[in-house]
Design a binder for this molecule. Structure first.
Ligand SMILES: [Ca+2]
Ligand SMILES: [Ca+2]
Ligand SMILES: [Ca+2]
Ligand SMILES: [Ca+2]
Length: 291
């Protein structure tokens, strides 16, 4: 009897292996996309230069300290925009997360922050194609990607990135004026290698500016020293003209082992003006870079 039971159990295990259902195109695409750096949205956490007290004439200065802290990050939603039967499929990846802005606006050398709620939605769109040459993921590969766009999921967003441009040794290597634009992932993404002299520029749209300066612009990614730095429109350190609305950050690329994306982030001055109001207002674009 015991022998019979063991034989039956053995058969059941064998049958389990043989009858494992075949993955559909949808399954393969989901697996491909969820495992790819290209579907990630930029991480805007972390600290950087602590900024400086307001200069004369400025109504709002950098906070004494500030950083974002992730509270909850459910798994990404992966939506297929069309049937993969055609061999080409557009995919939207939606990332919803809750975080808080930890902010201390009182310049007294003591860290006594307030907390502002962040509810963000981050989108990236990809094109996947099926090819006979590709052997993994059922033949599917990611061929195009848009930048990731970060938007407020709740609250009034008044600040938006309107362009992002990268130069290496003064030569244009990547630009974007529309976050819905697709870039070929093997040839049209920016390429950043450690030691490259790179300048990133950004322009901003503020729908309802209340302060002077009206907003703050921040670079994130494989920067120098810290992974976050303020971008300036002061005509210094790589910014070609002061006051022309083009904010710049120039540096020698570092830490490409830790970073996969480079991003520009704008924060409304109203958010930085105090540490008590629930008025978090920010937008960002991030793009995967090749190494
Ligand atoms: Ca303080
Ligand atoms: Ca400028
Ligand atoms: Ca405020
Ligand atoms: Ca605002």
């Amino acid at each position: 009897m015991k022998k019979v039971l063991m034989a039956v159990a053995g058969l059941a295990i064998f049958a389990g292996c043989v009858e494992s259902p075949e993955l559909t195109d949808e399954d393969w695409i989901n697996q491909l996309v969820s495992g790819s750096y290209l579907s990630e949205t930029s991480n805007l956490d972390g600290t950087g230069d602590i900024g400086e007290k307001g200069k004369s004439g400025e109504e709002v200065s950098h906070p004494e300290w500030w950083y974002r802290q992730l509270l909850n990050e459910p798994s990404r939603e992966i939506l297929l925009e069309n049937s993969p039967e055609a061999g080409v499929c557009t995919v939207t990846v939606i990332h919803r997360l809750s975080a808080e802005l930890v902010i201390d606006t009182n310049w007294n050398g003591v860290f006594e922050p307030g907390y502002k709620t962040i509810s963000d939605t981050r989108y990236v769109r990809l094109i996947v194609e099926k090819s006979d040459q590709e052997t993994s993921h059922g033949g599917w590969q990611i061929t195009y990607a848009t930048p990731a766009e970060h938007m407020l999921a709740s609250g009034d967003q008044e600040v938006y990135i309107s362009s992002m441009t990268l130069y290496k040794d003064d030569e244009l290597i990547w630009e974007c004026t529309d976050p819905d634009r697709f870039y070929r992932v093997d040839s049209e993404l920016p390429q950043l290698a450690e030691g490259d002299l790179v300048r990133m520029e950004a322009t901003i749209n503020h729908l309802n500016p209340q302060y002077d300066p009206p907003f703050f612009v921040i670079a994130h990614g494989p920067l120098s020293g810290h992974s976050r730095h303020f971008m300036n429109d002061d005509g210094l350190y790589g910014d070609e003209s002061a006051g022309d609305g083009i904010f710049s950050y120039q540096w020698y690329v570092e830490y490409t082992g830790y970073h996969h994306r480079i991003a520009v982030d704008v924060i409304d001055a109203d958010t930085f003006a105090d540490q008590t109001e629930q008025d978090y207002d920010s937008g960002a674009w991030g793009i995967h870079f090749l190494k």
